[in-house]
Design a protein. Structure first.
Length: 725
C-alpha cells in the first residue's frame, strides 16, 4: 500500500499527535521525498546546437564567458550542469571535469536551472531582468529545445518531480505554485487555489503529495495533488531563506545569521549554528555534508567564510576544510564528492578540495577573443589583443571545400598595440591594423604577405570607432564624431568633417559620405549625407532616432542601415533599405523587438547579397526579395562579412563562424587558443589544428556507447594530399 494512502487513512482516524507524526514519518520515508529547488533559462530555436552526446565527436573544452548563476549535479549521470549570463548551459563530466555538451539557450542570461532526475531534460529560466521572462525545456542529449513557457517574473524556484512527470515553479504571488506537464509544458490543475507565497517544495517519490513551505507563516503543508486537499499542517520557524533539502526528513536554511536544520515531519529545529550573513547553502546528500558560505561583519572586504558540516540525522558537526576563507564574491556554488565548486563573476569557477589549500580552475574559458578579421586573395587574417594571425589556404580563394584543401600556410606576429584591434584590407592588397580601445587612435600599415609593419599613423584626436575602404582612401571615424578621408599611402587628410553623435559612416562614389548618428543633436535626422567636395550636409529622411551601422550597394545605389526606432511596444532595432536619388524611398526588411546595438550589416558586391546579424540568433541573408537564415551554430554572431562565396562572423564569445553563402550551411568554427595556436572544429565534430602550439590540449573527445577506444587523432581532418597538419 502506498505510504500516502496510509497517511490519509491515519488523518481520518484522528490519531494522537504522537501517533499522527509517527504515521506521517513512515509515509514520508516510504515516499522518499526528494527535491532540489533550482532554476533555469529560455531558448533560441529548436535546431541542434551541437553534435548529439550519444555520437562521438570533438568539441572545444572551454568554459563560460560570463557569470555563472547555477551549478547543478545530476545524480543519475554524475554530470555537472552550469548556467550562465552568456546564455549557455554547459554539461561537464563530474569526475574528469571535461566538457561534454554546450546548449545555446538564449542570448540573454540563463538565471536558473533544473535537471530532470529521470531523463535527459533540463528546464531553464531566461530573463533580461525587466521585460523578458521565459522557461524552456531542452533535451540535453540531442541539443534540441522541446517547448517554451511564458513567465511573468523570475520564479522563486524551478524543479522537476522525482519521476520527471511534471515541472513545478513558484511565483511571488498568493497563488504561488504552477505545475506543468514536463512532456509538453501544458499547465496541470494541481492546487489551483492560492494559499500564500511558497519558498520551497518537496514532491514525494510517488508524485502524489507535495510539501510546501510558506516563509510568512512558517507552515509546512502536505497536500494531496489529485484532490487538492491538505493532509497535514506542521508549524516550524518562519522566514527561512536558502532552504535546501538535506535528506527525506531534514532541510536546512537560515534566519538572519543563524543556520537552522529543521525536521520537516514535526517542524522542530534539531540543530543550529550562528555563522554570519549567509550567502549560499549547498548539500551533498550522498555524503551527508553541508557547506555554508557567509560573510562576517569583522571580515576583510571581499572575503567570504566557508564552513563544512556533517549532517547525519540532522545534527551539524563541523568538518575540517582547508579553505575556510574564500576571497572574492561567489555567484553560485555546489558541494559534491568532497569538493566545492565556487563560481566567480565573469564566468570562472574554482574547485576547492577539503584537505588541500588553494583552488584549481574548473572549466576555464580558453577562447582568446578574435576582435576582427580581414581577407586578401587566399589569405585570412584574424587579430586578437595579443597577435595578428595569417592563414593562407586555397579554401579562402573560393570554391575549394574544406575536405579538398591542399594548401595551408600559417604565420603570426605580435599585435603592436597589445589591445583590442580592428583590421581592414583594401583591394590594392594593403592591410591596416588599428587600435580599438579607449586610447587615442593609432594605425599601422602591414604587408599582408609577411606581416611586417610598413608604416604608422597616429595623428588622431580620439579613439577610432571605424575604418573603412573609400577607394584609394581610408575612411576613418573617431569617437568625437570626426570623419576623415586619408590617403592610404601617405595618410594625408583629403577631407575632414565633424558631427557629434556619429556612430557609423559609409563611403559612396556618387552620394558622398553617409553618416549614421543620433538625431538628438543639432540635426533632426539620424542619417545625413556629407559632400567631401563642399562639406555640405543633407539630411536623409529616417524614422530611426539612432543609426549605428551602414552598408552601401554601389551597383544599385541602395543604402542599408541598422537603427533604433520607437514602437508601440518599446524600442525596436530595424534593418532598412533606402533607394532613390536622394534615398527618399525606404523599406524595413528585418526587425528585432528590442535593442541589438552590436548587430552588423555587410553587403557583398560580387553576389549582390546583404548579410546581417540582427536578432542575436543567426546570420540572415537578403537576396533583394526575401530574407533567409543561415544555419544555426550555437554561437551569437556579431560582426559579419562575406568573402568569395563564404560568410564569416566574429561571434560574441570571440570565435569565428563560417558558412557557405549558397547552401547557407555552417562549415566550421575557428578558435584562437591561449598559447597562440588555433583550431577549426566542424559541426559534426572533426577538427583541424594549427601546427604551432598544442591545440589538442584544449579539445575534448565525447566518445559514447561502444566507441570508447577512439582517440582525438581519429577526428583530425587531413589535407587533400593525405597528410595531417
Amino acid at each position: 500500500m502506498d505510504g500516502i494512502e496510509e497517511t490519509q487513512r491515519a488523518s481520518r482516524a484522528r490519531p494522537s499527535v504522537r501517533g499522527f507524526f509517527h504515521l506521517l514519518w513512515t509515509a514520508l520515508i516510504f515516499a522518499a521525498f526528494t527535491g532540489c529547488a533550482t532554476s533555469a533559462a529560455f531558448a533560441a530555436d529548436g535546431a541542434p546546437q551541437a553534435p548529439r552526446m550519444d555520437r562521438p565527436h570533438v568539441l572545444l573544452d572551454s568554459g563560460h564567458t560570463a557569470t555563472v548563476n547555477r551549478i547543478v549535479r545530476d545524480s543519475r549521470t554524475g554530470y555537472l550542469f552550469t548556467a550562465s549570463d552568456d546564455g549557455t548551459v554547459r554539461i561537464w563530466d563530474g569526475n574528469s571535469g571535461s566538457l561534454r555538451q554546450v546548449i545555446r539557450v538564449s542570448h540573454l542570461p540563463v538565471v536558473s536551472l533544473a535537471v530532470n532526475p529521470a531523463g535527459p531534460e533540463i528546464a531553464a529560466v531566461v530573463s533580461d531582468g525587466g521585460l523578458v521572462f521565459q522557461l524552456s525545456v531542452w533535451n540535453w542529449n540531442t541539443g534540441r529545445r522541446l517547448y517554451t513557457h511564458s513567465l511573468s517574473e523570475i520564479p522563486l524556484f524551478v524543479q522537476y518531480s522525482p519521476k520527471g512527470s511534471f515541472l513545478l515553479y513558484a511565483r511571488a504571488h498568493w497563488n504561488s505554485l504552477v505545475f506543468l506537464d514536463s512532456s509538453n509544458g501544458d499547465q496541470l490543475p494541481y492546487l489551483p487555489n492560492g494559499f500564500g507565497i511558497v519558498r520551497f517544495a518537496i514532491v514525494s517519490a510517488s508524485e502524489r503529495t507535495v510539501m510546501t513551505y510558506s516563509p510568512s507563516s512558517g507552515n509546512l503543508i502536505y497536500w494531496d495533488l489529485q484532490s487538492g486537499t491538505q493532509k497535514a499542517v506542521v508549524s516550524t520557524i518562519p522566514n527561512l531563506s536558502h532552504v535546501t533539502a538535506i535528506s527525506d526528513v531534514y532541510v536546512a536554511g537560515n534566519v538572519g545569521t543563524t543556520l537552522e536544520v529543521v525536521n520537516i515531519v514535526n517542524g522542530s529545529v534539531v540543530s543550529q549554528r550562528d555563522l554570519g550573513d549567509v550567502q549560499s547553502i549547498s548539500v551533498d546528500r550522498s555524503n551527508d555534508e553541508l557547506a555554508a558560505l557567509y560573510t562576517l561583519a569583522t571580515a576583510s572586504p571581499g572575503t567570504e567564510q566557508l564552513s563544512l558540516f556533517s549532517v547525519r540525522d540532522g545534527a551539524l558537526s563541523t568538518l575540517y576544510f582547508a579553505n575556510s576563507d574564500i576571497t572574492g564574491s561567489v555567484t553560485a556554488m555546489l558541494l559534491a564528492n568532497g569538493d566545492l565548486l565556487a563560481a566567480r563573476p565573469g564566468g570562472t569557477i574554482d574547485r576547492f578540495s577539503q584537505y588541500v589549500t588553494g583552488s584549481m580552475p574548473f572549466g576555464p574559458n580558453v577562447i582568446v577573443p578574435v576582435t576582427d578579421i580581414a581577407f586578401s586573395d587566399d589569405r585570412f587574417f584574424a587579430t586578437t589583443a595579443s597577435n595578428v594571425i595569417s592563414v593562407r589556404s586555397d579554401f579562402f580563394s573560393g570554391g575549394t571545400q574544406l575536405d579538398k584543401v591542399s594548401l595551408l600556410v600559417e604565420d603570426a606576429i605580435q599585435n603592436p598595440f597589445g589591445v583590442q584591434s580592428g583590421l581592414l584590407s583594401l583591394s590594392n592588397r594593403r592591410l591596416f591594423l588599428y587600435r580599438q580601445d579607449n586610447e587615442v587612435g593609432d594605425l599601422r600599415s602591414i604587408n599582408p604577405y609577411n606581416l611586417s609593419v610598413v608604416d604608422a599613423f597616429s595623428q588622431f584626436d580620439s579613439p577610432i570607432l571605424q575604418l573603412e575602404d573609400a577607394g584609394s582612401d581610408l575612411l576613418s571615424l573617431e569617437r568625437n564624431g570626426r570623419i576623415r578621408l586619408l590617403n592610404s599611402y601617405s595618410f594625408a587628410t583629403d577631407f575632414s568633417f565633424t558631427s557629434s553623435g556619429t556612430q557609423t559612416a559609409a563611403y559612396t562614389t556618387n552620394y558622398g559620405v553617409i553618416l549614421g548618428r543620433s538625431n538628438s543633436n543639432v540635426l533632426d535626422s539620424a542619417l545625413i549625407r556629407v559632400s567631401p567636395q563642399t562639406g555640405e550636409t543633407v539630411p536623409v529622411d529616417s524614422n530611426d532616432f539612432l543609426v549605428f551601422d551602414l552598408a552601401f550597394d554601389h551597383r544599385t545605389g541602395s543604402l542599408y542601415s541598422l537603427g533604433l526606432r520607437h514602437s508601440s511596444t518599446g524600442e525596436a532595432t530595424e534593418l532598412t533599405r533606402y533607394t532613390g536619388s536622394d534615398f527618399s524611398q525606404s523599406r524595413v526588411i528585418s526587425r528585432f523587438d528590442g535593442e541589438d546595438l552590436q548587430a552588423s550589416v555587410a553587403f557583398n558586391g560580387e553576389s549582390g547579397r546583404l548579410f546581417t546579424t540582427l536578432g542575436f540568433d543567426r546570420v540572415q541573408m537578403w537576396d533583394g526579395s526575401s530574407m533567409r537564415a543561415l544555419e544555426a551554430t550555437g554561437h551569437i554572431p556579431r560582426k559579419v562579412t562575406s568573402w568569395r562565396g563564404r560568410v564569416y562572423a566574429v561571434n560574441r564569445d570571440g570565435s569565428v563562424s563560417v558558412w557557405d553563402s549558397n547552401s547557407l550551411r555552417h562549415l566550421f568554427d575557428f578558435y584562437v587558443l591561449p598559447d597562440g595556436s588555433w583550431t577549426i572544429i566542424t559541426p559534426d565534430g572533426y577538427y583541424l589544428p594549427s601546427t604551432t602550439g598544442n591545440p589538442e590540449q584544449h579539445l575534448s573527445l565525447v566518445a559514447a556507447g561502444n566507441n570508447r577506444n577512439l582517440s582525438l587523432s581519429d577526428f583530425q581532418l587531413k589535407l587533400a594530399s593525405g597528410t595531417g597538419l
